[in-house]
Design a protein around this ligand. Sequence first.
Ligand SMILES: C[S@@+](CC[C@H](N)C(=O)[O-])C[C@H]1O[C@@H](n2cnc3c(N)ncnc32)[C@H](O)[C@@H]1O
Length: 272
Amino acid sequence: MTAAFQPPGFDPGTVWLVGAGPGDPGLLTLHAAHALARADVVLHDALVSPEILALAAGARLEPVGKRAGGRRTAQMRINERLVQLARAGLRVVRLKGGDPLVFGRGSEEALALAAAGIALRIVPGISAGIGGTAAAGIPLTHRGLARSVAFVTGHDSTGGLPDSVDWQALSRGADVLVLYMGLRQIGAIAARLRAAGRPAGTRLAFISDATTPRQRVRTGTLEEAERIAAAIPAASPTLIVIGEVVALRPCIAAWQQAPPAHAAAVPSLATA
Ligand SMILES: C[S@@+](CC[C@H](N)C(=O)[O-])C[C@H]1O[C@@H](n2cnc3c(N)ncnc32)[C@H](O)[C@@H]1O
């Protein structure tokens, strides 16, 4: 921490909902590092690397989320645990991959804390859709090529294609689509986008384990999407970028340095 940076006080009996970024510990915010250093207890998702958890040296770590002990931890149970720990007078960090309020159910936790009268702070993190695409050398906007971008989830709570997403409107409404958790449903999504008028040759990229040393980018077209997806391990967290900006990647990535070695393995995520 620099002398000029004064982190906010982390009071006992409060909860900080903290974004851990896409994987590389170097992409944590100063607030996140401060919170981890001061926390008494950290409830963390599976998608947070050991290197980041090591910053919480004085805290008890409680794994929750997708793969805690091989089981899902029910969201209600996490909400109750946060309230319980705060009421016990602890400094509680709820650490989530990326940004806590982007496809991470952080808003449900914030609402539960507010309903219980627990003071909270939300520490934004770099969402995978922003940090992961940049690390892959794919700009989300580019003058003359893309002026709008939409972030979309590729599945609903049952694992199926989200009914509430209007793929036709989305296809026309945004130049670039960034799909989170889209691997399993990419065949159905590609079919809907093509039916809505996106050409079969529309470029797309799959970015797996972004910002870690295992980062891997696979590119192709909408008509090749399902075949490319089939080769990606389900356990690798993967983003899918659809749009002509993908064509810029070879020019940028040829000169882009690899993710730093300290950005160690991001644990796998069942729903990737
Ligand atoms: C439950 S969502 C959580 C998103 C997170 N809150 C965020 O803002 O990035 C998990 C999905 O985010 C994407 N994701 C997260 N980290 C990633 C990474 N390092 N590389 C590629 N995709 C990632 C994948 O699509 C993964 O299935």
